[in-house]
Design a protein around this ligand. Sequence first.
Ligand SMILES: *[C@@H]1O[C@H](CO)[C@@H](O)[C@H](O)[C@H]1NC(C)=O
Ligand SMILES: [Ca+2]
Ligand SMILES: [Ca+2]
Ligand SMILES: [Ca+2]
Length: 311
Amino acid sequence: MMSTLTFLVLLIGLVTLLEGKYRCDYTYDAAAGGYLKLQRIPANWREARLRCHLEGSKLASPLNADLSAAMRRLMKEDGMKCGIFTGIHSTFSRGDFHSVEGVPLPNIPHKWAEGEPDNYNDKESCIMMLENGDIADVTCEEPLPYVCFKKSSKRLHVNGCGLTDPEYALDIRTGSCYKFHRVPRTWSRAFMTCTAEGGQLAIINSETESTVIKEIFAKNPPASMPGNFWKEVAFMGFHDWGEHGEFLTIEGDTLTEAGFAKFSPGEPNNATTGEFCGAVYRNGMYDDLWCENKYAFICEKSPDSLACDDD
Ligand SMILES: *[C@@H]1O[C@H](CO)[C@@H](O)[C@H](O)[C@H]1NC(C)=O
Ligand SMILES: [Ca+2]
Ligand SMILES: [Ca+2]
Ligand SMILES: [Ca+2]
């Protein structure tokens, strides 16, 4: 447990370090007017859009010459030979291409690659950009790398949790930042969301942290969560890893090793479908849940997990 003084020193250091920076996995491009990140791991278009969104940015499109140049520079620096997905798509209405910001294709400067667009097999609703800036219509299902873009002035308010998201709050009792997500997701999507935010699904490591989780839950009554889902539980960072019978944290520890192994009375009950994913009740004690149902979830993040140490 950190002393208050240590904590304050740490916090002041962090605030100085992070002031005005979006996140250190993004680089600022003044001409493009924002922060960019090349996502090297290819994803289908839907996943690509979601990952950028969960990181607080948007799937990048060459909306103007400067942004296009910045995107191509990232590809070139990486030696990327294949194309990248852009945010331009016609998944809402086939043939009506818009960027994810809603800009129609005719308003975006573009040059089609030779032989494009051909809507091959009548299955091409996404737009890829080549290294030379030319575009082609492609299927949204075949994974490609992509770029995320955060349009912004240079100065951003980054809080003590290293993020611009005001919903992340530091708890000095544990030294971790937490966010309660009221938009329900499956366990896997919840995992993705926390990761995109530079954290992970929360793990309870002490009785104190169980109390912290209970208090966070209390600040999020059922009425604060729109939608038709069970609001007494939230996904957490443990799983049976496909070996039905033993739960381990997403850091590979048994719950006992992690420091807290209390399940709510009657749990784990492996109800109906089989329950292989970790969760917590409002009382701060664990539950097992079916991974594919959508529930609220809690992310936990080290305050400096997105901090830049190069400048
Ligand atoms: C939980 O239920 C599922 C499906 O009924 C079953 O496959 C699984 O082995 C059960 N897990 C345990 C720990 O009993
Ligand atoms: Ca094509
Ligand atoms: Ca923890
Ligand atoms: Ca259960």
